[in-house]
Design a protein around this ligand. Structure first.
Ligand SMILES: *Cc1c(COP(=O)(O)O)cnc(C)c1O
Length: 219
């Protein structure tokens, strides 16, 4: 737990339009409680099972974000309570989230994950796939989904200039997408990018949500 770093990041964010998603994967319920008592309400988990185990043990006003890869058959476990899903990267997954959200009588906020890294292992849509998905959505509206923006993970590298260019690409793609598909939609406004090692760069490049774990939870 590093409340000093936590406080420092919160201070930095006051002068920006970004918010902090505290990434609590692999952290105990007790550690999350401490962060909650320090004032944090938005937490991100990357695995469904871990999320569904922790959620009932923690306060109800926590907003849980699913930030990791999501399999269709697991959507049903989180649909009743999840506040945002950052990692939507296919039409099939979007349809499944819609179906489960409808059943739970909810509208679930989602981000579309974009492939911005050099590595081929990372999940996410390319620009063409993004446009195909949004064209399809225009033809087949999903009222229990609210698309609120884009998410990306930069290459895992020490080369921060490379990372900056990837964030810049995501911001540009967001602006294009906003103009083409969401011009009159005030909800489409989020760019989820930046982690412990690169969140400052991400903010400079237009991030609205940084996902930070180790920097605030490690000693
Ligand atoms: C773990 C994780 C983070 C946070 O990483 P840190 O380097 O610990 O800040 C952010 N986003 C995703 C998708 C993650 O899985």
């Amino acid at each position: 737990m590093n409340l000093q770093n936590y406080t420092q990041i919160c201070k930095e964010l006051q002068n920006s339009s970004a918010q902090l998603v505290a990434v609590s994967k692999m952290r105990s319920v007790q550690q999350i409680k401490t962060m909650y008592e320090a004032g944090q309400r938005v937490f991100g988990e990357n695995r469904v099972q871990e999320l569904t185990e922790k959620q009932p043990q923690l306060p109800n006003d926590i907003q849980w974000h699913l930030i990791g890869h999501l399999q269709r058959n697991k959507v049903k476990y989180i649909a009743p309570f999840v506040s945002m899903i950052h990692s939507v990267d296919s039409w099939g997954l979007l349809e499944e989230i819609h179906k489960r959200a409808e059943k739970a009588e909810r509208v679930i906020d989602c981000l579309l994950q974009i492939h911005i890294a050099q590595e081929s292992s990372k999940f996410g849509l390319n620009e063409l796939e993004l446009n195909e998905l949004l064209d399809k959505l225009a033809q087949n509206p999903l009222p229990h989904i609210r698309l609120v923006g884009l998410m990306g993970m930069a290459t895992f590298t020490d080369n921060l200039e490379e990372v900056r260019l990837e964030f810049r690409y995501l911001k540009k793609l967001f602006d294009k997408t906003k103009q083409k598909y969401f011009e009159d939609n005030d909800s489409f406004k989020e760019i989820s990018m930046g982690m412990s090692g690169d969140y400052k760069i991400a903010i400079e490049e237009g991030s609205t949500m940084i996902r930070v774990g180790s920097l605030i939870f490690n000693q």
